[in-house]
Design a protein around this ligand. Structure first.
Ligand code: ZN
Length: 560
């Protein structure tokens, strides 16, 4: 069978370039078309990867660029065509490329041109490493040649990031299946032994929850690069973290939650998926109303699995290690985001491409994250299923049922998800889904609180005196020694008084507010007090009268 072959070199890695030679079969056609993906599955934004591609050549064959991410090559009757190009690799994120003197992270979508109509073909990748680099690793199977990998098709190539350099590789086996923790940038301050032990606990927990491990090997690509984020793949993940993330309890819980989240995706998203997410259109947006399932349910289980596996405490699960996170922190975030009354969870999913991944100063007022709301809806749905069945069934039963039905060739539609939930509940959930995911109605927490034996507690914002804290409802930053407004929350004193983003705040009641001292100054006022603000708006001095509000208190969950 014909195949596509790539050779990737890093002749001067400190310049952040990968040089690629590719060989494509022509099947006897007088011309072939090549394309580059515009996005990476799992990260729902068109990123125009072709903008980092340079100097595309086809040997002696004429090649013409025909679209932002497409090229046409005249084959002159040749069986195979040789292409060469360079890719600039200097974006430190889980979905893009990074090349520097000590290592390379290559993702498939931003690296490999492929053949239009040839996605089903095997794609070989051979890496020629700088002499000082000894290791490469990927979820892809290796051929019998060093640093050569074989992707069964283009989807697998895109789903299999490759790391090369000299990373520390830690191995553990579960039921004979090898798992690799690959630490790029491991230093003595990063506690690798603890990470291996806790990852093993997480994997064992999910194996018992889902019934089996659906892969031959699994690779945790952990880039300790002072960056953040994670991206799921069928048999690997890329996560980015700080060298200090094993040093404090809060940071460690954060890393465990990230790893737990991406690992849950082995099942939810990479196998059990919304119908619209596959086969992917790599050259445009792929809209789905079900990202609240894909990400929200995953984010509900990520810390829940840690608690069930004994890696975090009940208190950490409910309120986070520092008392401002956990499930309560997510509910707090939802209930203090005005956009929850504007955008439903289903619409937030659909519009991920133009909204969630493209936030601006007004996003909090007009959008809600499907991660945030999806997590809260998952918790409410878990309670609904438990109450409806007298404790016999839970969200676990629903996702296992969905997995048994929709983890094959086709995914689930929103209607199939809801029908399966009703099947588990044994009753109609029409009103539940109408309220929680189809519309922007306020959520009702009473049933979940009662079932799980919890109640909300709202601490005063100052956390000490129990008195309310005076509040503008604006966020600010200090920029070049100026105190600038960066965000105005809808329905707050700042919003109602007409304060604008980019206004420079100079004084309150004619007393200068130095940059960095706004919070301290507001401690001298009580909610309800009218004040006069002196601002500079595009350098023109302006006064505004504003009645101070009360900062919303921090919501926590306590057991009854
Ligand atoms: Zn995710």
């Amino acid at each position: 069978m014909s195949s596509i072959r790539y050779t990737v070199r890093f002749p001067r890695p400190s310049t952040h370039y990968a040089e690629i030679e590719a060989e494509f079969p022509t099947s006897g056609h007088p011309e072939i078309q090549l394309f580059m993906a515009v996005w990476t599955p799992g990260s729902y934004l068109v990123r125009e990867y072709a903008r980092h591609v340079e100097d595309v050549r086809a040997g002696n064959c004429p090649i013409v660029k025909t679209a932002k991410n497409r090229w046409t090559v005249e084959t002159g009757g040749a069986d195979r065509i040789h292409i060469s190009y360079r890719v600039y690799c200097r974006e430190m994120s889980v979905r893009t490329n990074w090349v520097e003197d000590t290592f390379a992270l290559l993702n498939g979508a931003p690296t490999f041109l492929s053949l239009v109509g040839g996605r089903h073909l095997p794609h070989h990748v051979r890496l020629i490493l700088p002499p000082e680099w000894k290791t490469s690793i990927s979820g892809l199977p290796q051929t019998n040649l060093p640093h050569e990998y074989l992707a069964a098709d283009y989807d697998t190539l895109v789903d299999s990031p490759i790391l090369a350099g000299n990373p520390a590789v830690h191995t553990f086996d579960i039921d004979g299946i090898p798992h690799y923790l690959v630490n790029q940038g491991e230093e003595p301050v990063w506690d690798a032994a603890r990470a291996v032990a806790d990852l093993e606990t997480i994997v064992r927990h999910y194996k018992s929850m889902w019934g089996s491990l659906p892969y031959d090997k699994y690779v945790f690509l952990n880039l300790i690069t002072e960056a953040g984020g994670g991206l799921e793949h069928k048999n690997s993940m890329v996560i980015m973290t700080s060298r200090w993330s094993t040093s404090t309890r809060k940071a460690w819980c954060g890393w465990l939650s990230l790893a737990s989240h991406e690992f849950f995706h082995v099942w939810n998203v990479k196998r059990l998926r919304p119908a619209e997410l596959g086969p992917f259109d790599y050259e445009g947006e792929n809209h789905t109303r079900s990202l609240w399932v894909a990400e929200g349910i995953t984010d509900y289980y990520a810390p829940l699995a840690l608690r069930r596996a004994g890696l975090i405490t009940d208190a950490e699960y409910l309120n986070g290690p520092d008392g401002t996170g956990g499930l309560a922190g997510i509910i707090h975030a939802l209930q203090t985001t005005p956009g929850r009354l504007v955008q439903s969870a289903e619409l937030a999913s659909f519009d991920a491409w133009i909204k969630l991944y493209r936030p601006d100063e007004n996003s909090t007022n007009t959008t809600i994250s499907y991660y945030t709301k999806g997590t809260v809806v998952a918790w409410l749905l878990d309670a609904r299923l438990r109450v409806a069945t007298g404790g016999a069934k839970s969200l676990d039963d629903l996702i296992l049922l969905l997995y048994s039905r929709h983890s094959g060739e086709t995914g689930f539609t929103p209607e199939q998800f809801k029908a399966a939930a009703e099947e588990v509940a044994g009753t109609s959930l029409r009103d539940f889904f109408h309220r929680t995911v189809e519309t922007t109605e306020e959520l009702d927490y009473a049933e979940a609180l009662e079932h799980f034996g919890l109640r909300f507690h709202t601490a005063s914002a100052d956390g000490k005196t129990g008195e309310g804290k005076a509040w503008l409802g604006a966020e600010t930053k200090v920029d070049n020694s100026r105190l600038l407004v960066t965000k105005i929350l809808r329905g707050t004193p700042a919003h109602d008084a007409g304060l604008n983003v980019d206004d420079e705040l100079l004084a309150i009641d004619d007393f200068r507010v130095r940059p960095g001292e706004l919070a301290k100054r507001l401690e001298n006022y009580k909610p309800g007090r009218q004040v006069s603000l002196l601002l500079a708006r595009r350098d023109k001095l302006t006064r505004l009268d504003l009645t101070l509000g009360e900062e919303p208190g921090r919501l926590t969950l306590t057991s009854l």
